[in-house]
Write a protein that binds this ligand. Structure first.
Ligand SMILES: *Cc1c(COP(=O)(O)O)cnc(C)c1O
Length: 396
């Protein structure tokens, strides 16, 4: 196969040629003095993407999961209490990681399809008069269900409760694709990775760290070595790393941040919104339902779509790949077999999105789904035409 079809999984995402070229570099000495000229401006520009002026940004050779582990081990001690809600596979896996690090994890169970329960967080924090809860952990965009949570509302609830807990946000499938405001939302740890909104290969964890979180490293006793924030900060100050950095990925990230800032972050977000809305119109035209329970929760980076009763979403995803060589996301955990996911983030245009919509439509028709061929494509086409005729600029 040619490998020319875009992927519609919610990460890793399609890599633009410009970024593939940027990563294609010969080995250079990572201790050479000019590495500082690459790393320091990059860390500064990443702060623009995270919208922080007061925090620090660090890079680790890891995937997003490494970012979770770094955040937990640098700022918390075994036995510390954290508050987190479970509403999908990614929040579930973060809970699991916290438990394996011997934290005392207070879990709020939510139906999959809902988002972070800001009010309930507020109640639990208000009840915690001894301030045992050290951190509230929130998955910004639950990639398993296509639900975007309101981090500003969580911050408001925390402030209203007058609670000093820190706020950790998993922004792996939101940052660089949907609005993220680290300083404004009072986020203490913001975690993302290179392979979603940044359009790169997997391999870098990107972490935004507030001054409050940095101060917490002084008393946190969880064992850490590879991910130690202070070792990394110290090395970064002279432009280096405590160990061999993946320079090709760092060159790629430099180019990625340039692309994002050239397009303009707000334009990047608007493009994601436009593409996502076309996908949602298609879902509606098929007569199918999103896993996200209400419009206010819709993610602009991934849509999780229920298949009709009696159908297996895993078989649909397998058929689309076997027959048309196009990848969609399967259902995970509680919604395995029940939803398929269309990832629509990163390097994507409306035209590319139409090819994904058309493909899954063919696959559904092949498997006897009660849909009308062309209905989803037409609904998306209608929306994309209208979105352009009202003057939205073409991007990506
Ligand atoms: C992709 C993803 C992760 C991290 O997964 P890795 O495979 O370790 O990069 C974490 N959280 C969310 C919400 C994600 O979408």
């Amino acid at each position: 196969m040619t490998g020319q079809n875009p992927v519609f999984i919610p990460g890793p995402t399609n890599i633009p040629d410009r970024l593939r070229a940027a990563m294609n570099v010969q080995t250079t000495d990572h201790r050479a003095p000019d590495v500082a000229g690459l790393v320091q401006p990059l860390l500064r520009d990443l702060k623009k993407v995270l919208k922080t002026e007061t925090g620090e940004v660090l890079l680790y050779p890891a995937s997003g999961t490494g970012g979770w582990e770094a955040s937990i081990t640098n700022t918390l001690s075994p036995g510390d209490k954290v508050l987190i809600a479970r509403y999908g596979m990614f929040s579930h896996r973060w809970i699991d990681l916290c438990q394996k690090h011997n934290l005392d994890v207070e879990v709020i169970e939510c139906p999959w399809g809902q988002g972070a329960p800001a009010q309930e967080f507020g109640k639990r924090l208000t009840a915690d008069t001894g301030h045992d809860i050290k951190a509230v952990l929130v998955t910004h965009n639950e990639t398993a269900t296509g639900v975007l949570s309101d981090i500003g509302a969580v911050r408001k609830a925390m402030d209203a409760a007058g609670h000093p807990a820190m706020l950790y946000v998993d922004g792996v499938s939101s940052i660089a694709s949907m609005d993220f405001r680290m300083d404004e939302w009072g986020v203490d740890l913001a975690i993302t990775g290179s392979q979603k909104g940044f359009m790169l290969a997997t391999g870098l964890a990107i972490i935004g760290i507030s001054q409050k979180a940095l101060a917490a490293t002084k008393t946190a006793t969880s064992p850490r070595c590879y991910f130690d924030f202070n070792d990394m900060l110290g090395a970064n100050r002279t432009g280096g790393f405590p160990y061999t950095p993946p320079l090709p990925l760092i060159h790629g990230l430099r180019e990625s941040v340039d692309m994002l800032l050239e397009e303009g972050l707000e334009n990047v977000f608007a493009r994601h919104r436009r593409i996502a809305e076309g996908v949602r119109r298609a879902v509606d035209a098929w007569g199918l339902k999103l896993c996200a329970e209400s419009a206010g929760l819709y993610s602009d980076t991934v849509s999780a779509i229920y298949v009709p009763p009696g159908y297996d979403s895993g078989a649909l995803v397998a058929h689309a790949y076997d027959t048309y060589r196009v990848s969609f996301g399967i259902g995970l955990g509680e919604v395995a077999g029940k939803v398929f996911r269309i990832g629509h983030l990163g390097s994507l245009t409306e035209v590319m999105a139409l090819s994904g919509i058309a493909t899954v439509e063919m696959a559904m028709k092949d498997l006897g789904y009660p849909i009308t061929l062309g209905s989803g494509v037409a609904a998306a086409q209608d929306f994309y035409r209208g979105a352009h005729s009202i003057g939205n600029s073409h991007a990506a």
